[in-house]
Design a protein around this ligand. Structure first.
Ligand SMILES: C[S@@+](CC[C@H](N)C(=O)[O-])C[C@H]1O[C@@H](n2cnc3c(N)ncnc32)[C@H](O)[C@@H]1O
Length: 358
């Protein structure tokens, strides 16, 4: 029998989920007694080669988090899977020895119909994280906007560019794309006449513009060598898109995505890291230059955390900000108001005073 292996490109999304979810659960779990995780396109729990899929990975991470909270936290994990056999396998794959406060439910349902009903059942204000990982079309944009309109609710979306791209110009799939957008305006957009990267970039920008989230981060994932696609290493397979309305969620996801990227700062993942599409890694010097232009000499006072939040769209993570501010401090361009007990280092709540121009 053919043994399937979990492809490198599939591992990328699972690694991001696996790293982000515990941090999300720890932060929100310290302020809320119940958290909800919804895996909208759950699969069978395991891949055919035996590797753990998103459901089993999440259950393990949720179990660890609950243990750390000594059961003062309840996590509800909801799996939605349309395929009857996969849903059956998923039920069978769920460990039998889960703690009391880890509640799991598997629904053999179509996520498109089921998720709107589920939203009515989850109390507003209860933190919730929706993972949307289809083979092709995701939940519709109107349903995703319904999710995003709720407080403390975020989405990690797998946007299957290669599958959607095949459908864009096919008259037989036009209705399905209408359904995805919730309208037919997409058909007249410039990406429909564009080619290759221009088409891809314009489409992704347009798609993101339709989503009502304040913070949108994208992580580009190219084909794996195992996909055996001609020129695949520089072609996009999918984008992982994180949608949230809280700056701390975006900053946290940025740290996670960066650590899994090609260390290029483009949040671009390839299964062949030696072949990099974008040659340059954003350098700390570029951040220093940006800060010189926008902050140095302004007389502004803000905390280190506020600075990172205000500039969240820049492709830099905490370590870069740390280096840049330390250098500017050395040059006398900023002074850092540290805590009494703190001699060095920079914490999020430390105030940065950008000196005024002499
Ligand atoms: C890419 S797989 C999910 C893999 C899973 N996230 C993992 O990492 O283990 C997509 C799954 O969505 C299921 N699916 C497809 N259409 C669906 C729908 N409308 N509602 C719910 N599940 C669906 C498929 O049967 C398949 O199991």
């Amino acid at each position: 029998m053919k043994q399937y292996q979990l492809k490198e490109v599939s591992k990328a999304k699972l690694k991001i989920l696996e790293k982000y979810f515990p941090a999300w659960a720890r932060i929100l779990g310290s302020r809320n007694p119940i958290l909800v995780f919804v895996d909208c396109f759950a699969g069978a729990g395991r891949y055919p080669g035996g590797e753990e899929g998103s459901p089993l990975l999440i259950l393990q991470k949720a179990r660890d988090t609950i243990q750390d909270f000594k059961s003062s936290l309840t996590i509800l994990v909801i799996f939605v899977e349309k395929n009857k056999t996969s849903a059956k396998h998923l039920k069978a794959n769920i460990p039998k020895d889960l703690p009391e406060s880890l509640k799991v439910a598997v629904f053999n349902e179509d996520a498109h119909d089921f998720v709107p009903k589920l939203l009515e059942a989850i109390p507003r204000g209860m933190p919730a994280f929706f993972f949307i990982d289809p083979y092709g079309h995701p939940l519709t944009i109107p349903v995703m906007n319904q999710i995003l309109s709720r407080p403390r609710t975020e989405i990690l979306l797998n946007l299957m560019w290669y599958a959607i791209n095949m459908h864009l110009s096919n008259p037989r799939t036009r209705q399905a794309i209408d359904k995805m957008f919730g309208h037919s305006d997409w058909y007249g957009q410039p990406f429909m006449r564009a080619r290759q990267y221009e088409r891809e970039n314009q489409f992704v920008d347009y798609f993101l513009s339709q989503l009502e989230a304040h913070y949108k981060l994208k992580f580009r994932i190219r084909f794996s060598p195992e996909d055996d696609v001609p020129g695949g290493w520089h072609r996009t397979k999918y984008y992982l898109i994180h949608l949230s309305n809280h700056p701390k969620a975006a900053l946290l996801m940025k740290e996670v995505m960066w650590s899994l990227g090609d260390e290029m700062g483009t949040f671009d993942f390839s299964a062949r890291p030696q072949k990099r599409l974008f040659p340059q890694t954003p350098q700390v010097d570029e951040l220093i230059q940006y800060l010189q232009q926008h902050y140095v000499g302004s007389g502004r006072v803000l905390t280190f955390g506020e600075l990172r939040e205000e500039t969240w769209e820049l492709p830099f993570i905490r370590k870069h900000y740390h280096k840049a501010i330390t250098q500017l401090e050395g040059e006398g361009k900023v002074w850092i108001e540290r805590m009494k007990s703190q001699r060095t280092g920079i914490r999020d709540r430390n105030k940065l005073h950008f000196v005024t121009e002499a």
